[in-house]
Ligand binder design. Structure first.
Ligand code: GAL
Ligand code: CA
Length: 350
């Protein structure tokens, strides 16, 4: 009797252990992945380029961590609240696409108080903010490089197409659409495109002060509509800090009969940055001059590698081939894209 009670008791204990361990396994594989909780914010889900970046982050992190990912809806206060919630939910690392590049310190202070690593991406914080916490890193590009490469596309295409100098004065009459003012990419692209052109022996004339279209297609179209009304085909080139705005510029000139596929007589060259699929299509059709590949695959891979390492308390570069510069940044290279090498961009956005 006593013996059988002991056996029964032992069986009960064993079966309950079994149930607990089974339940534990099934719940972790169903709802969330094994692995640490990672908090990611995107400054705005409806930013064209960032939507590709986000998809790449999600697919790379899939199964390796429990991902909390939020749309900050272009509102820094909202992003700060999202970070608070991620910290409450025991995030082991944060990957932050700031709304306002100036807000890095606020986020760093929150994370540092709990000893949580923070990896910024796409909008580079100041060197001072980066230096204030040993567990913060940045994944991005060298913004000046995109302006220089855009300048190179302008120089090469201009030299190859003498009819683009419509007034025959040897000078490129241009207008420029700027991204978000104060964004390191927007500032560097704006200054470097013309710097590269003039350093390479061509002259430029700015027909209008730069205007910001905040990376946005519809805003870009409105601005170019007004510029076209004022200057018409006196505009000999349209430089755009990104492709979403270049596509808006294209809509504007096409509505006036320019840049129709196959017609090179009524043509105002347009150049962008990102090489997103919609722009690749236009490059192939010859309706725009080119773009600069802002590689979402390379950048998201670096971001996920570093974030997972940091979350596990490892060296951020552990098991990777990335390198950090003096401000703890990984910089993924840009690539100039024209009709001749459009396949490079297609590969990156597959
Ligand atoms: C840039 C990109 C833009 C926009 C911006 C958002 O790198 O070229 O299209 O996505 O980031 O911060
Ligand atoms: Ca000219």
């Amino acid at each position: 009797m006593k013996k059988s009670l002991i056996v029964m008791g032992a069986l009960l204990i064993m079966s309950s252990i079994f149930a607990v361990s089974c339940g534990g396994n099934s719940s972790s594989s169903a709802a969330s992945a094994d692995g640490p909780t990672i908090g990611v914010t995107i400054y705005r889900y409806d930013d064209n380029f960032m939507s590709f970046y986000r998809r790449n982050i999600e697919s790379r992190i899939n199964g390796k961590a429990n991902l909390i990912i939020n749309d900050s809806q272009n509102n820094q206060a909202q992003q700060n609240d999202q970070v608070d919630v991620m910290i409450q939910k025991d995030a082991k690392a944060l990957a932050i696409n700031l709304v306002d590049p100036q807000a890095a310190q606020t986020i760093i202070d929150k994370a540092k108080a709990k000893n949580i690593p923070v990896i910024f991406f796409n909008k580079q914080p100041s060197a001072q903010a980066m230096a204030s916490y040993d567990k913060t890193w940045y994944v991005g590009t060298t913004p000046e490089e995109s302006g220089d490469m855009q300048g190179k596309i302008v120089v090469d295409t201009w030299k190859a197409n003498p009819t683009w100098d419509r007034n025959g004065d040897g000078i490129i009459q241009y207008v420029l659409l700027k991204g978000e003012p104060g964004h390191p990419d927007a500032e560097a692209r704006t200054s470097h495109v013309t710097l590269y052109i003039t350093n390479n022996g061509l002259q430029v004339e700015r027909l209008e002060p730069e205007q910001t279209a905040m990376w946005d297609t519809a805003k870009a179209k409105d601005i170019v509509d007004a510029w076209m009304q004022k200057h018409g085909d006196k505009i000999e080139y349209i430089f755009c800090n990104n492709d979403a705005m270049a596509l808006g510029a294209l809509q504007s000139v096409q509505a006036l009969g320019y840049n129709k596929e196959g017609d090179t007589t009524k043509y105002i060259p347009i150049v962008g940055v990102d090489a997103i699929p919609e722009m690749i299509n236009e490059i192939k059709k010859g309706t725009v001059a080119g773009s600069v590949l802002n590689d979402p695959v390379g950048q998201s891979q670096a971001l996920v590698d570093i974030t997972l390492n940091a979350a596990a308390g490892k060296d951020p570069l552990d098991g990777t081939t990335w390198t950090l510069d003096e401000v703890k940044a990984v910089r993924v290279p840009y690539v100039p894209i024209t009709k001749n090498n459009v396949n490079v961009a297609e590969e990156a956005y597959k």
